[in-house]
Design a binder for this molecule. Sequence first.
Ligand SMILES: NC(=O)c1ccc[n+]([C@@H]2O[C@H](COP(=O)([O-])OP(=O)(O)OC[C@H]3O[C@@H](n4cnc5c(N)ncnc54)[C@H](O)[C@@H]3O)[C@@H](O)[C@H]2O)c1
Ligand SMILES: [Zn+2]
Ligand SMILES: [Zn+2]
Length: 391
Amino acid sequence: MKALVWHGKEDIRCDAVTDPRIEDPRDAIVRVTSCAICGSDLHLFHNFIPAMLPGDIMGHEMMGEVVEVGSGVNGQLKKGERIVIPFTIICGECEQCRRGNFSVCETTNRKKHLAEKVFGHPTAGLFGYTHLTGGYPGGQAEYVRVPFADKTHIKVPEGLSDEQVLFLGDILPTGWQAAVQCDIQPDDTVAIWGCGPVGQMAIRSAILLGAAQVIAIDRLPERLDMAEAAGAVTINFDEESVIERLNELTDGKGPEKCIDAVGMESYVSPWQPDTIYDRAKQMLMLESDRPHVLREMIYVCRPAGVISVPGVYGGLIDKFPMGLAMNKGLTFRMGQTHVNRWTDDLLRRIEEGQIDPSFVITHTARLEDGPEMYKVFRDKQDSCVKVVLKP
Ligand SMILES: NC(=O)c1ccc[n+]([C@@H]2O[C@H](COP(=O)([O-])OP(=O)(O)OC[C@H]3O[C@@H](n4cnc5c(N)ncnc54)[C@H](O)[C@@H]3O)[C@@H](O)[C@H]2O)c1
Ligand SMILES: [Zn+2]
Ligand SMILES: [Zn+2]
């Protein structure tokens, strides 16, 4: 079959690879009908996340038709059914799964020893991601093997298109969890850094959850327009001071809730003092992530506020203003998304027409065009916001 394969920094190729097969009774094989490129894939593309190996198949946002099930799937999933695959592989039985903490499932990471060494504890197995999370082949491919398939799936009701449901596997619940974790009150201002696909979902979620004011921050006009269309007030950080404008929009109080939908590769305007510092340290491998957005959020957040971080960080950050965060009494919420915790509710909202996440798709291409589309998405060419690939 064809698949998008990681070969090293900025080197993803569409290769012919061996078809996946059932390896465990709880496996299923899915023929992928749609898959997408995520901001998290860009961190792998840039080789910022440790423990990727040449030959790894990319992709953790995918859906398709079940073509084969193992004997241990026990009727939970049948041949011919259409499913979205959550990016977090879950057993559904361990203590964390029973608490709904799916992204830290204690069973599914098949390289537990690696994660234990680096993180202190293993976290869930993830598709198409680092070997710290199991090194499972991803779904930017014609077929994908779904381990623990009896639990790791979201069934698609009839009548919904791929485009309407594909993002249930990652960015929609990610934006939603980021907003839910803000514990939004009716008089809250929610400020969201980053208007990429995750930011867009967080903006719509914060509005649905009843925030008084949602403020979206980015520098790309087409992404700011999309945020504005949802009802957000926008700030272009290339043109104005984020801190000054946020204070202005909140009568000097600062936003009660701040969401980081940017993560470890934040862009810093050349005149910001931390630009050179973080880039230099990152290049010398003295720091793995650029925490500019985190610093800005901690500085501007209203005391007793919440900092919610769906943006991915890979390792160590430097000059983290702990004193500000502590004295202001801020609460931090973060993590890889507990996808299946939210999907029943979100699927119902899609069916009822409250949300249609397909608005974010700007590009649809063939799987073979994937390597080129990584660059288009990374460089925001042609006003690209989200790419869907059709294997
Ligand atoms: N927690 C999870 O489970 C989960 C799931 C999916 C994605 N993510 C992460 O969410 C983040 C966003 O993903 P995406 O797909 O939207 O990526 P993206 O790269 O398309 O979007 C990032 C956006 O942030 C903007 N940005 C950069 N620097 C900024 C700054 N200083 N201030 C404000 N905006 C800035 C960029 O212009 C871009 O529009 C990534 O880190 C990704 O890894 C996390
Ligand atoms: Zn993702
Ligand atoms: Zn589990």
